[in-house]
Design a protein around this ligand. Structure first.
Ligand code: SIN
Length: 495
């Protein structure tokens, strides 16, 4: 059996910190939830590196919201449902598209400087959007600008503390209730317990399960795994989004070449120079992301080449003006996008599944919420519509903050003290799991890339399952027999 905790601990032996709202992760979901919650109590945010290390900071294309004169939430809903391949949760998508525009305007109010044309917010398109509805900043530095605006507010607020270099080890639970998290303080090299009335998992995605990913090194699925060990329901984990156009280069993580580049008119070409997307979907280069990624794999199989190319010659604005970050990065690796085709190939980008929540971010565990990429609200279905992820972090972060403030006094300080004075957990002796994980990491990433990647079949999935079972049982001696919780359960589709 997999132990409930991955590390031994006795809370009476380690430093304990008390807070009202514990938020784990500093992407858009964590930062916005913190700002919205801090008028209702003390907020503590944990991040395993620096505040700016997150997928949010790397987001290029933008954030989607139905604010254009030709656009409506209804049209945004319809594009989201279609991209999601029939598996979106309709009420959750309604929440997203209806509440999204106000949240984006709040970002503007707190000082996010989105790009403008003649004073109006500039809007672009990305795959599967039938309208121009993507706001962007400094061309292709949207995430960095949103993070800057949010972190300026967060770091100045007296009721919010940010703790950097703190690794989540496990959620602390008793029965069906969560009372905070056990963490590892990298600077002090010791465990620390954060006791909280409410806890939010906003730890982001899990791109580093794969050999090739656009995600930063911090995206290792920690929050989803901790939720799983604590008994939180997970859903839709099989739905991994592969971004079609990561820069084809030896670097890893792979540098993203935003879908907005195609939104502005770039086209995909194969090795023979043929424009191929028209053969795969009526929306051609702006087809949904999963369709484009599969089409590229198909082309690569036919031509035997490792990459296809983005031809940016037809852009209405010079490439370097509209996409300065991508331009500079390409130059660094010897490609001049104003002259050369950009070599691209798919890479793991986003996980649609995660810790299952209701429309207020509440998980099945009392006092535990999940938000952003680590959560599964159901808005993305089987394939997320481009630029809906930053929006999801805002909309559901705001809802979580409202719910946490309302129920703040459901957990008394006395209850937290009582929990922390008794709680101990039996897990692995400290360090042994970490050592195993380092050894497994590349093997696991290779298996996932080869057998649980863009194209899958029963044979590959069974092979991956058996190999992973072998890794776990061989290294740790866990019995993962027929009824285990690793890989043998039925997928959880609450719809
Ligand atoms: C991109 O800029 O292509 C990424 C946008 C997203 O993942 O939503």
């Amino acid at each position: 059996m997999i132990p409930r905790y991955i590390s031994n601990f006795d809370l009476t032996d380690i430093p304990r910190l008390y807070t009202d709202f514990l938020i784990i992760g500093t992407g858009i979901a964590g930062l916005y939830t913190a700002l919205k919650a801090c008028d209702g109590g003390k907020v503590t945010i944990l991040t395993k590196r620096r505040l700016e290390d997150s997928n949010t900071d790397l987001a290029q294309g933008g954030i989607a919201a139905a604010i254009g004169t030709e656009d409506t939430p209804r049209l945004h809903l319809s594009d989201t449902l279609e991209a999601g391949a029939g598996l979106c949760d309709l009420p959750a998508v309604e929440v997203l598209v209806n509440e999204g525009p106000d949240c984006v305007m709040e970002l503007v109010e707190i000082g996010t400087r989105f790009d403008r044309v003649e004073g109006h917010l500039a809007l672009t398109r990305e795959g599967a959007h039938r309208q121009r509805r993507i706001l962007h900043a400094r061309g292709d530095a949207t995430g960095e600008e949103i993070r800057r605006a949010l972190s300026d507010q967060v770091t100045r607020h007296p009721e919010i503390d940010v703790h950097e270099d703190i690794y989540l080890i496990d959620l602390l639970t008793e029965g069906n209730a969560c009372y905070g998290a056990l963490a590892w303080d990298l600077a002090r090299q010791q465990k620390v317990a954060y006791l909280a009335r409410s806890t939010v998992i906003s730890t982001g995605g899990a791109g580093h399960l794969y050999l090739n990913t656009t995600n930063p090194g911090v995206a290792t699925g920690d929050g989803i795994a901790a939720g799983f060990r604590a008994g939180a329901r997970l859903a839709d984990l099989e739905f991994i989004q592969f971004h079609p156009t990561a820069l084809y280069h030896e670097d890893n993580p792979k540098f993203l070449v935003s879908e907005a580049v195609r939104g502005e008119g770039a086209i995909l070409r194969n090795r023979l120079g043929e424009r191929f997307m028209e053969r795969y979907h009526p929306m051609a280069d702006l087809a949904p992301r999963d369709v484009v990624a599969r089409a590229i794999v198909d082309e690569l199989r036919q031509t035997g080449e490792p990459c296809v190319f983005l031809d940016t010659k037809k852009l209405p604005v010079p490439f370097q003006e509209r996409f300065p970050t991508i331009y500079q990065h390409c130059l660094q690796v010897g490609i001049d996008p104003s002259r050369d085709w950009i070599p691209v190939a798919p890479a793991a980008h986003y996980i649609m599944g995660g810790v299952r929540t209701d429309a207020d971010g509440q998980t099945n565990l009392t006092n535990l919420f999940a938000c952003g990429e680590a959560a599964c609200t159901g808005v993305h279905g089987a394939n997320r519509l481009a630029s809906n992820s930053l929006l999801e972090g805002l909309v559901f972060g705001k809802r979580i903050a409202t719910r946490m403030k309302k129920k703040r006094d459901d957990v008394s300080l006395r209850e937290l003290h009582r929990f922390s004075s008794r709680s101990r957990g039996l897990g692995e002796p400290s360090g042994s799991l970490t050592q195993q994980a380092v050894q497994w990491r590349q093997r696991l990433q290779t298996i996932m890339w080869q057998d649980v990647g863009i194209l899958r079949d029963g044979q590959g999935l069974s092979r991956a399952k058996e190999t992973i079972r072998g890794l776990v049982e061989g290294s740790l001696g866990y019995e993962l027999g027929g009824g285990s919780r690793l890989g043998d359960g039925q997928p959880d589709h609450p719809r």
